[in-house]
Design a protein around this ligand. Structure first.
Ligand SMILES: [Zn+2]
Length: 315
């Protein structure tokens, strides 16, 4: 940061457009003006005046996966998807897969935690008990039981929270982005406008503050799961901790993403398939047709009933 807010448009003549359906803010070169949104396939694209005070990306990762490879990946992903979803994809045209530089924040921090918990250590004991044997007599026997001894433990734990990626686009949720992660961050390059020339790019449509809060929350969750893995003994209970997050940094990065959006039903949200433009990893949520699922469930029940009847007759 620290650079002028309009750096992204400095050298290239960009048009700024907005999707009124998902809220994404795209930058396009005039010759590649698009009529539908690459994230949600909505045709409600409007041109808007240049936005001000937007953060300039710090880093970017270049596209490695070509459009042909992305189309191939999308096609075979559709081919592999559940039969319930197939009909929803009938309108899908994988050749409409568009490359977009997606804005996301990269968050790093150090977390120091004070924790306390009860740690359980298991041990075995032999105990005697009385029972009635097969002749109806009362007898005394022994058995081995596992018991737990609890002791309290407290201490400090320090860990790095590395490379939490949080979407800055309203067109792509964190869940959708996570489905195509990870990115190899060794390929991060300092952003220059020339790097995204010839591509669709997006300006952050979520505020840095909103993304920061989300990343901070995710960091605390990570600390929680690290602490759970860190607990000694056979079991633990009453784990409590206070975490102080320090040295937080947040950088805006443009990630290479291929996106195919399909509107298969006007009354339903669009289907979105994303491809990681660096690794080719595909992610998307498959719509399930309730009618087809009920038919399938019905078939399974029918088979079970017929099977049970046959089994019954065979006996
Ligand atoms: Zn959209």
């Amino acid at each position: 940061m620290g650079m002028a807010a309009d750096t992204i448009e400095q050298k290239i003549d960009y048009k700024e457009i907005s999707c009124q359906s998902c809220g994404s803010n795209l930058l396009v070169e005039p010759q590649m003006l698009t009529a539908i949104c690459p994230y949600c396939a909505s045709p409600s694209i409007i041109q808007r005046p240049p936005s001000e005070n937007l953060p300039t990306p710090t880093f970017t990762i270049g596209f490695v996966v070509t459009q042909d490879r992305a189309i191939e990946a999308v096609s075979s992903w559709i081919g592999r998807s559940s039969v319930f979803a197939k009909s929803a994809f009938r309108k899908a045209a994988p050749e409409l897969t568009r490359g977009v530089y997606l804005p996301a924040y990269l968050y790093n921090a150090v977390a120091n935690s004070d924790y306390r918990a009860d740690i359980g250590e298991n041990y075995t004991e032999t105990e005697t008990y009385t029972t009635t044997d097969s002749n109806g007599k009362t007898v005394t026997r022994t058995r081995t039981v596992v018991k737990t001894e609890w002791r309290s433990l407290q201490g400090q734990h320090c860990c790095y929270i590395l490379d939490v990626v949080v979407t800055a686009s309203k067109g792509v949720t964190n869940e959708a982005l996570e489905a195509v992660e990870p990115f190899d961050l060794r390929a991060l390059r300092r952003f220059t406008p020339a790097m995204i020339s010839g591509w669709l790019a997006e300006e952050p449509s979520r505020t840095q503050d909103e993304c920061f809060q989300f990343a901070h929350g995710e960091a605390l969750d990570k600390v929680g799961s690290q602490l759970k893995g860190f607990m000694p003994g056979d079991s633990y209970r009453n784990l409590q901790y206070e975490t102080d997050v320090a040295r937080e940094s947040i950088d805006l990065v443009l990630f290479p993403i291929w996106s195919l959006a399909v509107r298969y039903d006007e009354s339903k949200p669009p289907l979105q398939i994303l491809v990681n433009g660096q690794t080719g990893r595909v992610g998307g949520k498959v719509p399930i047709s309730p009618v087809k699922v009920s038919i399938a469930v019905g078939m399974v029940l029918l088979i079970l009933v017929v099977g049970a009847l046959l089994f019954g007759m065979a006996r």
